[in-house]
Design a protein around this ligand. Structure first.
Ligand code: SDX
Length: 391
């Protein structure tokens, strides 16, 4: 790649998917967006700047950012028929199911932006997703609590508009809490991309058939839903709550995990790639203390989480298996302190991951060397054999 310092792996794993977007070193606990370390990005850029960086490859100029922000605000309104689409879904539906259904339904409304080979279609789909998915996520939240949907307020920033849509009501004006706003901005940035994780690989694979961007992102949302992936942040809160309710103490729970009782796992621990501390988990843990203190919230679940981490990191069972806290371990405590119901946590993960999904979809559909191939298989089944005589 001209003008870019390429990383010398010393080997070429031909089966590996190629990409220019995000780099992870699981042993060193390194994560970089387009070469910039996550520790700098999380504190030095806004979420929309990170979205632009991931999608277009560079940090936006002031005018590029202003125009990007303006174009996104212009697309926040949903078609009224699409808004009514949500009325037909049951209030007890999981917000992730509501979100993936709504995003998939975008394909039925915007027939003018479905051709992945048409750069204008790709651009307008990018803007519509970044603008409308947060609105749909807030509608999924309002649906689950039986409250009326608000209309977006385009005088607000991306994050503040999202917060108002979630927590504002028709009955009174909504005041954004700057602590919540900046903490959510940082959490969205920390989730923005993570190279070939399960949901991103899903988006790339579906997009590789020339399915449109809305359909591909909806597939990614469904992949993220699983408790071993994005659904882990919701599962961590349930786990901490179970420990608290059982009264049996953290050490006892850790013993049950080590005994592999009925599939009991330490949710929010372990990672396919990081065999070291997930750099995002460190930054989230820092935020947890700051946000709860600033909000004047004391949550015993945070103390239980810290005790769990302390015991696990000192225990050979976890050290031998190189199990460390991942991005999902502390996020739920912060989301809860912000006022989000537990079933919205993975939806928040999806909002953060959206720019990464879009960036990978666009890269895969435009850069031949990054196309995702048909997954390879190692056949382990029967050798050739004949049916019984007479069949
Ligand atoms: C995300 O890929 C990404 O980048 C994902 C993500 C992203 O940003 O997109 O980072 C987001 O999905 C983070 C992961 C969230 N999931 C969880 O927190 C769920 C709990 N974690 C695990 O299920 C597990 O750690 C995985 C699936 C995340 C990773 O599993 P691995 O690395 O493939 O490990 P494994 O399943 O092969 O297990 C190796 C050993 C086993 O023990 P032994 O059979 O060798 O005795 O470690 C044990 C496992 O039982 N183990 C755990 C454990 N995770 C692995 N034991 C207890 N608790 C756990 N969490």
């Amino acid at each position: 790649q001209t003008g870019m310092t390429t990383l010398d792996y010393g080997f070429v794993n031909t089966a590996a998917t190629k990409s220019n977007i995000t780099y992870i070193d699981g042993d060193q606990g390194i994560l970089r967006y387009r070469g910039y370390p996550i520790e700098q990005v999380a504190k030095g850029l806004s979420f929309l700047e990170v979205a632009w960086l991931l999608i277009y490859g560079e940090i936006p100029t002031e005018s590029e950012l202003e125009d990007f922000d303006r174009r996104i605000r212009r697309h926040t309104l949903l078609h009224e028929d699409l808004k009514r689409f949500f009325d037909g879904l049951p209030h007890q539906a999981h917000p992730m199911s509501v979100l993936s259904s709504g995003v998939s339904a975008l394909s039925t409304y915007y027939q003018d932006s479905l051709d992945p080979t048409n750069p204008e279609h790709v651009e307008i789909s990018t803007l519509r997703l970044l603008a409308k998915m947060p609105v749909m996520a807030a509608y999924a939240h309002k649906k689950s609590v039986g409250q009326a949907f608000l209309y977006p307020d385009n005088t607000l920033s991306f994050v503040d508009n999202f917060l108002r849509l979630n927590f504002g009501t028709m009955a009174e004006p909504y005041e954004v809490n700057p602590v919540v706003s900046s903490a959510l901005e940082r959490l969205l940035i920390l989730h923005a991309d993570h190279e070939q994780n399960a949901s991103t690989s899903t988006v790339r694979l579906v997009g590789s058939t020339q399915a449109n961007m809305f359909a591909s992102i909806s597939a990614g949302i469904n992949a993220l839903f699983g408790p071993l992936h994005g659904g882990a942040n919701e599962a961590v809160l349930s786990m901490l709550g179970d420990i608290q309710a059982s009264g049996e103490g953290v050490a006892k729970y850790v013993e049950r995990v080590k005994n592999k009782e009925a599939g009991v796992k330490l949710m929010g621990f372990g990672h396919r790639v990081y065999k070291n501390y997930d750099p995002r988990a460190k930054l989230v843990k820092e935020s947890a203390d700051e946000v709860l203190e600033a909000l004047g919230v004391h949550d015993d679940l945070l103390e239980i989480a810290k005790e769990l981490e302390q015991i696990a990191l000192a225990d050979d069972y976890f050290k031998e298996r190189r199990l460390y806290p991942n991005v999902d371990f502390y996020t739920g405590v912060i989301y809860k302190a912000m006022g989000f119901p537990t079933r919205m946590f993975t939806v928040l993960f999806a909002i953060g991951r959206l720019p990464g999904w879009i960036a990978h979809w666009r890269e895969m559909t435009s850069d031949p060397q990054t196309k995702i191939g048909r997954p390879q298989q190692l056949y382990l089944g029967h050798a050739a054999r004949d049916l019984p005589t007479g069949r």
